[in-house]
Design a protein around this ligand. Structure first.
Ligand code: FAD
Ligand code: NAP
Length: 310
């Protein structure tokens, strides 16, 4: 047990968590921010961001670093920690990591989401050997090679465009004809000479050749016909699931596992707030995550002030 009692512990150092930290530190709170990875969250998996106000174009890495430096300039304490759960002891909340227990008056959960898997044969076995969930991390291994991207949302189309900068050919595999992605991304992939489409199609199998990915088998959902697409890389962008399983016995979740919050971003437990993609909400963006971070911190600050003055 760490004997220090923090005012506020923030779980997750993505844009939501880092913004909460900035607001809380500026209000004079003693803040600990925990993350099980590098600060930045999903921004680190994004090549370029074009819709964060004030930045016409910025890489995910650069925006992550700018936000993190901002927290550090205000004295936010940052530690590695894979949080396993929270215990509510009334005035004190216990935040448990694999090897420590931290204490705080209030907690903000900003654990975001994790990329969904397709759950088809070959996916687990070939993960890291051609199958990937991060074009920014692994794309460079496939320079001048053929790759596929699976999904029809903004992530799939934008990361396909990134891969097309240096791969020989990029085939987007999507389970229907219409894309969910913004029109601007659709227009860009449609006119890109290196991007092809396999529509109304799902991946049924990832196939191994020489101990790495050699092809994917796709099935046309209208005709049932199957065929193999030769490729050395496959990038899966079929959405995200919330990272909340470790809170499910304490915190109320919606049917998909996202945290239910009110407009103050309070959860069902007093003194525990949630912010960003982990919340049950409509629009999951960097901008909305930072805005949640500010609101959650502002309400946590009031709650902590109240606790301290009673
Ligand atoms: P996240 O960014 O997911 O951060 C959560 C953090 O919590 C992570 O650092 C994680 O390691 C940490 N964490 C999780 N569990 C634990 C635990 N148990 N213990 C400790 N730490 C934990 N949005 C845009 O606005 N513009 C874009 O161009 C854009 N591009 C995107 C591209 C891709 C490929 C993807 C997947 C998303 C993109 N998004 C974009 C969406 C945007 O990245 C998210 O909306 C935003 O990052 C959410 O921020 P967050 O802080 O809520 O969560
Ligand atoms: P998403 O919007 O949920 O899209 C997931 C895509 O995968 C959908 O096209 C979906 O098909 C498909 N899919 C889901 N499950 C599948 C399965 N089992 N098999 C095959 N296909 C499957 O996810 P995302 O693109 O990762 O985006 C997530 C969030 O981040 C969104 O809120 C998005 O707006 C945000 N984001 C924003 C930007 C940006 O602002 N520029 C960039 C990236 C991400 P259907 O369409 O048929 O359901």
């Amino acid at each position: 047990m760490n004997n220090n009692i923090y005012d506020l512990i923030i779980i997750g150092a993505g844009p939501a968590g880092m913004t909460s930290a900035i607001y809380a530190a500026r209000a004079g709170l003693n803040v600990l921010m925990l993350d099980r990875g590098a600060p930045g969250g999903q921004m680190l998996n994004t090549y370029e961001i074009e819709n964060y106000t004030g930045f016409e174009k910025i890489t995910g890495q650069e925006l992550s670093m700018k936000m993190f430096n901002h927290t550090q300039s205000l004295g936010v304490k940052y530690s590695y920690g894979d949080v396993q759960g929270i215990k509510d002891e009334g005035k004190i909340k216990l935040v448990q990591t694999e090897d420590n227990t931290y204490q705080a008056l209030a907690v903000i959960i900003a654990t975001g989401t994790i990329n969904r898997r397709l759950e088809v044969p070959g996916e687990d076995e070939l993960a890291g050997r051609g199958v990937s969930w991060c074009a920014v991390c692994d794309g460079a291994f496939f320079r001048d090679r053929d790759v596929v991207v699976i999904g029809g949302g903004n992530s799939a189309l934008e990361e396909a465009l990134y891969l097309a900068n240096f791969c020989r050919k990029v085939t987007i595999i999507h389970r229907r004809k219409e894309f969910r992605a913004d029109l601007i991304a659709q227009e860009r992939v449609n006119k890109h000479p290196k991007i092809d489409f396999e529509l109304d199609a799902v991946v049924v199998r990832f196939n191994k050749v020489n101990n790495k990915l050699g092809s994917v088998t796709v099935k046309n959902v209208l005709t049932g016909e199957e065929k193999d697409l030769l490729c050395e890389g496959a990038f899966i962008y079929v959405g995200q699931d919330p990272v909340t399983s470790m809170f499910k016995d304490l915190i109320a979740l919606d049917e998909r596992g996202f945290i239910i919050v009110n407009e103050k971003l309070e959860t069902n437990v007093q003194g525990i707030y949630a912010a960003g993609d982990v919340c049950s909400k409509e629009l999951r963006q960097i901008l909305t995550a930072t805005s949640d971070g500010a609101i959650a911190a502002q309400n946590a600050i009031k709650y902590i002030d109240n606790l301290k003055s009673n």
